[in-house]
Design a protein around this ligand. Structure first.
Ligand code: BT5
Length: 306
């Protein structure tokens, strides 16, 4: 396998003009720093924090793994990385193309909810996939995102502080019981064929506070570890984990469900209340089906009353 982050081009974009910025100056400064950073990103040794502007470095880094490869396009500010990547997918973007923004002005969660995407504090990333799968397998892609991010967060936090990483069904990543990451999957169909899938992840890295009234208590990796973990390392580990799980997924889509279940404490014996648009279901979890649906015992049968 080729390790990622061989530097070959500069892809930093201005969100309004779409022009590369100060390429020569950037290139020189990157050249000075790249040796250290690439070592840090590609090393299998424990990741440490790096103080340099790793966001700038990200913009210089096409990546190559066994299955997934592509450009990483980095923007200072976008309405939403998913929205831009959807446009790029529609105009022939290659599988693996990755869009990252330092801030999102209209970051989205599921069901048109807002995703808090403050400048410089999180990882807001979308990756383009073109899986050859049946339509009914599409929901499993969000499992892919949650699994890859769970693996990445475990890897980067491990050398710094022991934290509990868990996945709440279907795709919230919890760190020490609070939400640190969400996954938003959107797709484009041609007839009944999946033409593209946009897998968007938002991870709270350096947030110190969150507004009241969120659906679930929120946290960041800084709050849980006390460290400003480098974004470039998280991206590197996320894409590495994606590559591995995506290969397994292509051979056997339900393999991702098993992987997901091995990382989630919500699969067995957890009280859940799930909103399905116009109705809410609740009960105690009793495993997960191959299509990703939760098995549960209904409240009126054997779940405790609240
Ligand atoms: C999600 O939705 O959790 C999916 C979030 C996906 C965000 C990424 S960022 C890159 C890509 N581009 C986008 O525009 N989106 C994706 P959902 O399960 O619906 O959760 C949304 C709810 O989480 C909100 O209604 C809030 O209550 C809460 N929330 C919002 N921002 C949060 C944050 N930064 N951390 C924790 N909770 C948050």
């Amino acid at each position: 396998m080729l390790n990622l982050f061989s530097v070959s081009s500069i892809q930093r974009r201005d969100s309004t003009s779409q022009r590369g910025v100060k390429r020569a100056a950037l290139h020189n400064s990157i050249k000075r720093r790249q040796a250290t950073a690439l070592h840090s990103a590609a090393s299998s040794a424990p990741h440490s924090t790096i103080s340099m502007d790793d966001f700038t470095l990200l913009s210089t880094t096409p990546y190559v793994f066994d299955r997934l490869r592509g450009d990483i396009r980095v923007y200072d500010s976008l309405p939403s990385t998913n929205t831009l990547l959807k446009q790029l997918a529609g105009s022939g973007g290659q599988e693996g193309l990755c869009v990252i923004a330092d801030e999102q002005t209209a970051g989205r969660g599921r069901h048109q909810r807002q995703w808090i995407s403050t400048r410089g504090e999180g990882l807001y990333l979308s990756v383009l996939l073109r899986p050859q799968i049946a339509l009914d397998r599409l929901p499993l892609i969000s499992f892919l995102g949650a699994v890859a991010m769970a693996r990445a967060v475990s890897k980067v936090t491990k050398p710094v502080r022991a934290v509990n990483v868990d996945i709440k069904w279907p795709n919230d990543l919890l760190v020490n019981g609070k939400k640190a990451c969400g996954v938003l999957v959107e797709s484009g169909l041609v007839g009944d064929r999946v033409a593209y899938v946009i897998l968007g992840v938002g991870l709270n890295l350096y947030h110190q506070t969150f507004p009241n009234g969120l659906l679930y208590p929120a946290t960041s990796l800084l709050l849980e570890t006390g460290e400003r973990l480098a974004r470039i390392n998280v991206v590197s580990e996320f894409l590495r984990a994606m590559d591995k799980s995506y290969q397994a997924f292509e051979q056997n889509p339900s393999s991702i469900v098993e992987e997901w279940a091995s990382l989630s404490s919500f699969v067995h014996g957890k009280w859940v209340r799930i909103s399905l648009g116009d109705r809410t279901i609740e009960g105690i979890t009793r495993g997960v089906r191959a299509d990703g649906a939760l098995r549960r015992a209904r409240r009126d049968r054997d779940a405790p009353r609240r």
